[in-house]
Design a protein around this ligand. Structure first.
Ligand code: CP
Length: 313
């Protein structure tokens, strides 16, 4: 199979097929088993450009660590205050400067469409590290890999996605990724945080096959908790609300703790892209359901595999 990631932008999960994701997962498995010398040959002498216009802990550290783990290095910025953007340099020129100093660039930005715009300027591949409320494709790649590793399969599972489905960008990438599998998905949220129609519209076309994902929207987490294999919890994205009053209407409206997790199947897992606030209570961490820190561990190798596929034919 030709490498579909080679020199390619990673902007949306809509752009990748199921077999592409499976190649990424098998590459991640291989890379995880590789000896140090073989692993560092994949990115030796290569440079990852980092352009982060929004705060991040996991995505930036994970990409930098992933690049170092395959023998490469990273340059760039994680806040604009230390760059010439402060002197008025445009976004387009900033992209040109970072890509001229890199082999591949990861971009996080608060505006929808910014990664696609950057990809039209850059000669090097652009990987979205999350743009506005739009998508966070590499998060969905590691989420799907976590499900595959922890449940042994993706087809046939029932997956509940709960929380801020309106503004949470990881949810959109995850639905586009899951649409390529035979899964049942329960979307649970307060009414004002329901999924935007763009996520469920035209899923057949995105899936590239007869649609077999089944989506049900609900308001009650308890009503479905005992039936699902995976609960994917998301944070309320306070920073994306138009005003504080809207946020106050939904603050604390859902959570999962050890007591509620007791209603789940014994082998059901709980995931979260993190950071979490109060929607996953700390007492859940010690239960056998918690997988949100395992997700972070898988993320480094998934991103290392992705970078190695982008950089090597
Ligand atoms: N999951 C995630 O994107 O976390 P950060 O915002 O810390 O990168």
């Amino acid at each position: 199979m030709a490498n579909p990631f080679y020199k390619r932008d990673v902007l949306s999960l809509k752009d990748f097929k199921r077999e592409d994701l499976e190649l990424l997962f098998s590459t991640t498995d291989k890379l995880t088993e590789m000896k140090y010398r073989e692993r560092v040959s994949l990115g030796e002498g290569r440079i990852l450009g980092i352009m982060f216009f929004e705060p991040s802990t996991r995505t930036r550290l994970s990409f930098e660590s992933a690049m170092a783990s395959i023998g490469g290095t990273s340059v760039g910025f994680s806040e604009t205050k230390t760059t010439s953007i402060e002197k008025g340099e445009s976004f387009a020129d900033t992209v040109r400067i970072v890509e001229a100093n890199s082999d591949v660039v990861v971009l996080r930005h608060p505006m929808e469409g910014s990664a696609r715009f950057a990809s039209e300027i850059s000669l090097k591949p652009i990987v979205s590290g999350g743009t506005g409320t739009e998508e966070h494709p590499t998060q969905a790649m590691l989420d799907l890999y976590t499900i595959y590793k922890e449940k042994g399969r993706i087809d046939g599972l029932r997956i509940c996605i709960v929380g801020d489905l309106k503004y949470g960008r990881t949810v959109y990438s995850l639905i586009y990724a899951l649409s390529k599998y035979d899964v049942k998905v329960d979307l649970v949220s307060p009414p004002i945080l329901k999924i935007r129609r763009e996520a469920t519209y035209n899923l057949e076309k995105i899936a590239g096959k007869d649609k077999s994902i089944e989506i049900t929207e609900r308001e009650s987490l308890k009503s479905v908790l005992h039936e699902v294999d995976v609960v994917y919890v998301t944070r309320i994205q306070r920073e994306r609300f138009p005003d504080e009053q809207e946020y106050e209407k939904v603050r604390g409206s859902y959570y999962l703790d050890a007591e509620l997790a007791g209603m789940m199947k014994s082998d059901a897992i709980v995931m979260h892209p993190l950071p979490r606030l109060d929607e996953i209570r700390p007492d859940l961490d010690a239960t056998p359901h918690a997988r949100y820190f395992k997700q972070v561990q898988y993320g480094r190798n998934v991103r290392a595999a992705l970078l190695s596929l982008i950089l090597n034919s």
